[in-house]
Write a protein that binds this ligand. Sequence first.
Ligand code: GTP
Ligand code: MG
Length: 556
Amino acid sequence: NSICYQNSMLRIFHRKHLLLNLNKNLTTQLSQQQNQKVVSFDDNVKQRRDEANRSILVQVQSAHSFHELQSYCSSVGTVKKMMHYSTGVEPMHFIIVEFAKASDLQNIYTMSSYIEDTQVVPVQSSYLWFRAATKKLSKNKNKSIHKLNVENGNHILRDNELLQVLNSCADVNEQMVNLHNSTRLNEVGTRLRFLVAKQIEMAISGMFPNSAALPFGSSVNGFGKMGCDLDLVLRLNDESKVITDETRLVYHCKALSGSERSISQRHMEVIGDILQLFLPGCSQVRKILQARVPIIKYYQQLTDVECDLSMSNTSGYHMSDFLYIMGAMDHRVRPLIFTIRRWAATVGLTNSSPGRWITNFSLTLLVIGFLQNLPKPVLPSLNALVKLAGKNDKYITDDGINCTFLRDINVYLATNPIENTDSLKILLLQFFVYYSQFDFSSKAICLNESMAIAKPEHSALYIVNPLERGLNVSKNVSPEELEKFRLEVRNAAWLLESDETKDSNWGIIPLLTAKRILSMNNGNLPRTKLLEVSKLFEDDKDGPVYKNNDVKKQVQ
Ligand code: GTP
Ligand code: MG
């Protein structure tokens, strides 16, 4: 009882602490973000993989096991960081232990053993549990070396908690920044996802010591929220280990037979079986091998992460790099995209299961397209980044997709400072107005050129795939769903614009609470001041562009 009580107090403390911290130092955070040099996507992934190579995940009885575990691990190697999190209704507690050196981990593995049970598969992995001590322990003298990092648990903010956070903000801009800060994937969430990737690499490392399970998608592209899925692409031989002129000894390898697709499907079947039969925590394994990109879906229950594993989607990794760059270009991009993604989920435009609706990925491209197309753009076109690419930026995937573009955005920003200074509120309103006016019937959104182009074919919504220009990433969207999108952007513009009172439903709150939208409009198009705003746009041959910046004045 006492442990339960302590645990629930700890949870309440975490939550309160979280809410308090969100509003603290917001301005400092913002100005820091603006002045920081941006770490490249590749360097970020490298650093995270390295961190995972020095980390283990240990199940403990409660957060109070921290000191005992710290003392035990410190007797084996140098502990750099420890972070606690819990998962499940009857919470299971875990601590991520990061060591200073990968060799410390080898010592941990040497000292660890398996439970004496013929009913388990004795697999070595970085997922362990901490047994209660059989002998009385001597008191740990070094209790103060590490503090348990309680802020970074994996708590997903409940809707009412989020509304509380948003209500306590001073203005819409602060609401959007806080929405981003309080719902984005945090440190623990990121580390857990890289530990999941490492579990697969470790499992096949005997045969494939140079394999790489690379996270892509929202886990790493800067647009991931707490609890987002993990998209992984598994490469059996990372590019760094290909033959060079100096190589004299070459491995004998089995010849492949059959088509590339059928080989890949067979390999994935085996990997799926390994996950299902051997790896702790991997459950609900589903092999979807007939899809255009064959994937294995599974749930990693020790980390509480849903995974989509593929072996052939290497352009996805570079696409994530492109999205990461776009998010890092300007401090407003991520809060704006988070707000729009959350709004879209609230009004039912996006859906976690695949279907005829707009995906988060397509929606993100719509926002980027809009930010590129402003009279004073917030983001550059992909072509501008392609022009500046250096020799280290050249990438052509195995299936011939050219993914060459400038990776170091500090180079771009040094000579092309962003002149647009609009507030987040203005950008949000402009986004809704822009797409309520967009001519979807004849135009396609093209991020390569920062403009709308003539639609190559008759899909309802056409967004050119920036890396494979012949493809439409939103081919799945039905005319009905597009119509719903047009209706909802108009509704949203109206709600945001008509926000004059400061009751508990102000700023972006009405956009994130579906009930109010439905009840206010009764399902009909709102009578709206939007028409006035829309006069600020005009269609030319390249698609709608802004006439001037007066939207800003009207909003204020
Ligand atoms: P959430 O999982 O919804 O948080 O966002 P996500 O960006 O991770 O989307 P998703 O898991 O659906 O897809 C993962 C990644 O695969 C995306 O970020 C893209 O890089 C890529 N991707 C998704 N859909 C498409 C598509 O239709 N075409 C192409 N070429 N790539 C896609
Ligand atoms: Mg994803």
